[in-house]
Unconditional design. Structure first.
Length: 133
């Protein structure tokens, strides 16, 4: 989902508003940081096209991979791109939440959870329910 989301956003920077709906910064995958960086770049310069985005990323450590993503043809009709990106990012956000829950549960199996951990788990479960609706 992450590769496809990067590809869509690089190929169609105008979809940045969809990406702004999600908080993916809590994930462990370094590519999520790259996605966040690209979203930030486009937010600051909303009139950017693919070539300008890629020019700004030319010194990125993964530039060659990003260039491949940028030229990857999605095959999606214009009217379906936004919904597709929203679905991909929603799945990523759900995976991040589930990973965080698993991490907290593994820690709390070793000892009693703190109040902060209990509150975080409750909050995470609420968010997971929201994404599953």
């Amino acid at each position: 989902h992450l590769r496809e989301s990067l590809s869509l956003l690089l190929h169609f920077p105008g979809l940045v508003e969809v990406a702004n709906e999600f908080d993916l910064a809590a994930g462990d995958d370094p590519w999520l940081g790259t996605l966040d960086q690209i979203v930030g770049l486009i937010n600051v310069n909303p009139d950017m096209n693919t070539a300008r985005v890629m020019d700004r990323l030319r010194y990125h450590a993964q530039y060659s991979t990003l260039a491949e993503y940028a030229i990857h043809e999605t095959g999606l009709e214009a009217g379906k791109r936004e919904d597709h990106l929203r679905a991909m990012l929603s799945r990523l956000a759900l995976q991040i939440l589930q990973h965080r829950v698993a991490k907290l549960l593994s820690v709390t199996q070793q000892r009693r959870p703190t109040e902060q951990e209990k509150n975080e788990l409750q909050s995470l479960y609420r968010e997971i329910r929201r994404y599953k609706q």
